[in-house]
Design a protein around this ligand. Structure first.
Ligand code: SF4
Length: 292
């Protein structure tokens, strides 16, 4: 059995940077730093960070003056930032620069007089952060809602950095029939589009496909949907323990990809486990997993 791991599987640049900044901040703060919400959507990595001294909080009122607070890669709204400043906490801003770029584009659209539409999941922290940068944003996450929009004179569009590329294209093509002056920024980050394209290609090539990452991770879920559409034997797993040996029956090739918030060590565990289940298995493709 051949195991192919997608080159782009695992932490993206922005998540890697945020995790490194968080770990550094714990050290600098003397062993304890706080983070607003989960730093990344991966339970096992969260556990590792907790053991290092990270504390994850949901309520900003729990903060005390002098605390060190990490803003995760998803970013926050200006209101949240103001609140943190007023609290007198030490801010470590790990907002991904690509997310900051979406903030700037949304602000620019509004300044130019365009009502702003954000394509994405209204409950996702990144989208909430983007929305907080403009006055009256619309947030839409489905084509059905876009189809229901009335004809409009002007509209400016940005999107969640992890949006599905084909959804984005379809949404824009519908909008172009409804809006006279449409200004669109494709703010899907390159890490996301490369990962999605590779996932699609790999899923078509292999007998069985594994997508590793948190069930609460939106970018991992999108990868799963993309792969499942072209390969029915696709499984979304968080760890090696979920793999049922009979999933591998009659398979010669196994593909692996992982969401932007899946650490390298979790991918390696899965690869090692598969090599163990299928004795004689060979890791081919990218060389990121040093398990051959
Ligand atoms: S997916 Fe892209 S925008 Fe999001 S954290 Fe990673 S690099 Fe940044």
């Amino acid at each position: 059995m051949k195991i192919k791991v997608a080159k782009s599987a695992g932490f993206c640049w922005g998540v890697k940077r945020a995790v490194n900044m968080a770990v550094d901040s714990v050290k600098k703060a003397g062993g304890r730093a706080l983070c607003l919400g989960e730093l990344i959507h991966n339970k096992r990595e969260i556990e590792r960070l907790k053991n290092l001294g990270m504390v994850f909080i949901e309520d900003m009122n729990d903060l005390r003056k002098g605390d060190t607070v990490v803003i995760r890669s998803h970013g926050v709204s200006p209101k949240v930032l103001e609140f943190l400043k007023r609290k007198g906490v030490e801010i470590v801003d790990a907002t991904c620069p690509f997310v900051k770029d979406v903030h700037e584009k949304a602000i620019k659209l509004e300044e130019e007089g365009y009502p702003v539409l954000i394509l994405g999941n209204a409950r996702h922290p990144e989208v909430i952060g983007i929305a907080g940068h403009v006055k009256n944003p619309m947030i839409i996450g489905s084509l059905e809602e876009i189809k229901k929009l009335p004809l409009m004179k002007k509209l400016g569009v940005v999107c969640q950095t992890t949006l599905n590329l084909s959804f984005f294209k379809e949404a824009v093509s519908i909008l172009s029939l409804k809006v006279k002056d449409l200004k669109v920024y494709n703010t899907i980050c390159s890490a996301t589009s490369v990962r999605q394209k590779e996932t699609l290609k790999l899923a078509k090539e292999v007998d069985v496909m594994f997508v590793i990452g948190g069930k609460n991770s939106s970018n991992t879920t999108k990868l799963y949907q993309i792969a499942k559409e072209v390969n029915p034997r696709t499984y979304h797993i968080e760890s090696k323990d979920e793999i049922e040996p009979d999933w591998l029956e009659n398979s010669e090739t196994v593909g692996i990809t992982a969401g932007a918030s899946t650490p390298q060590w979790v991918i390696e565990e899965v690869v090692n486990h598969l090599l163990h289940l299928k004795k004689g298995g060979v890791l081919s493709g990218r060389g990121v997993c040093q398990t051959t």
